[in-house]
Design a protein around this ligand. Structure first.
Ligand SMILES: NC(=O)c1ccc[n+]([C@@H]2O[C@H](COP(=O)([O-])OP(=O)(O)OC[C@H]3O[C@@H](n4cnc5c(N)ncnc54)[C@H](OP(=O)(O)O)[C@@H]3O)[C@@H](O)[C@H]2O)c1
Length: 322
């Protein structure tokens, strides 16, 4: 991170209109980030890259760029340059080799994008939303931002797309920051597929494997607020782990069982491997006890759901209204 960029980034962080380009703003996490940015008060203008899905927002102030990340119209970006970019666009892949291919496409798209942003006279702050699977399964050990990356499960393919960002972050060529959220609790995504749907259809709470592994979690709404906090106030070059105090999977499932009144059912992890792909088994078997060495910075954005129990209570209530 060179001195000029740090100065420029700090002046942006302290005042002036912020023009935020959101990539992946139609996804599970991205939609929540857009909602948060749009309620963030005046002085924030949002442009969204829209690919296949329709944008949820009807806010007339939001501008749109259309197309794939790989073909993003850099000329248009140059004409109205963003002060900040929040990157949550992840190319999809439904099997290990498709995810690897998606990772390679993501890497090419990100190199093109980063080269384009480097050409701007005032490069924007870039916040890349990664995940805690990048640290790998670490048993009983705590995982903070100094823990070396050793991706497991889906992370093995996702890191291919992330590498260009890691290189720019390390070299300081652009003011790149990263956040690494854990399992994000919300209506949709993994919680819907692997917990809420089996609870509704099979009448039990699944626990994948023995359940002794550590699970780090965060409510979607708090995750979006922390992403906004890191984007606007974080230090270029830094990485921020975002998570509530971790719990063991068995305790997570036991609380779901207590709240729903449904029995807990142990699902042998091998069943997941046979039914789908190995990455799923690895994800549910991974033990990632996440914490941050930036607790003083993160605490300045107080959480609405400050415990796993509070987050579960809210999400279950939302499912009752779906
Ligand atoms: N979900 C979680 O619990 C969780 C936990 C930790 C970290 N994360 C991280 O958060 C990030 C976002 O995850 P998510 O769960 O929100 O994913 P998601 O729901 O699958 O959303 C992915 C987003 O990327 C966009 N996208 C895909 N291909 C694109 C392309 N070629 N060009 C432009 N945009 C494209 C999608 O738009 P279209 O649908 O229009 O293609 C969508 O907006 C990921 O990096 C993920 O690793 C997620």
């Amino acid at each position: 991170m060179d001195e000029y960029s740090i100065k420029h980034s700090s002046s942006l962080a302290s005042g002036g209109e912020k023009h935020i380009l959101v990539l992946g703003g139609t996804g599970f996490v991205g939609s929540a980030v857009v909602r948060t940015l749009l309620t963030g008060g005046s002085g924030i203008r949002v442009t969204m890259l829209v690919h296949r899905s329709l944008a949820e927002t009807e806010d007339p102030s939001v501008q749109f760029l259309h197309g794939s990340l790989g073909q993003i119209d850099l000329g248009q970006v140059m004409q109205d340059p963003p002060t900040h970019v929040v990157h949550l666009a992840r190319f999809p892949g439904s099997s290990p080799w498709r995810r690897t291919f998606a990772g390679l496409r993501g890497a090419c798209a990100n190199v093109r994008l980063l080269r384009g942003l480097c050409r701007l006279p005032y490069p924007p702050r870039i916040l890349y939303v990664s995940g805690s699977l990048m640290y790998g399964s670490r048993g009983e050990s705590w995982v903070d931002e100094d823990t070396p990356l050793q991706p497991t499960s889906f992370g093995r393919a996702y890191i291919i797309g992330e590498r260009p960002l890691l290189r720019y972050q390390a070299s300081g060529k652009l003011p790149v920051m990263m956040v690494r959220p854990p399992w994000i609790l919300g209506v949709g995504s993994w919680f819907q597929t692997y917990y809420a749907t089996p609870m509704m259809r099979q009448g039990c709470v699944p626990c994948y494997g023995e359940g002794n592994n550590w699970m780090s979690l965060l409510h979607l709404e708090d995750c979006a607020r922390l992403i906004q906090h890191a984007l606007l106030h974080g230090m270029p070059g830094e990485t921020y782990n975002l998570a509530l105090p971790p719990v063991r999977q068995i305790d997570f499932c036991a609380y779901l069982s207590e709240r729903s009144g449904l029995p807990l059912k142990v699902i042998p992890r091998g069943t997941l491997a046979r039914r789908r792909d190995r990455s799923l088994m690895e994800a549910f078997g991974s033990s990632i006890r996440l914490r941050s060495r930036h607790a003083d910075f993160l605490v300045r954005c107080p959480l609405r759901f400050g415990s796993v129990r509070a987050a579960i209570d809210d999400i279950l209530a939302r499912f009752e209204h779906v």
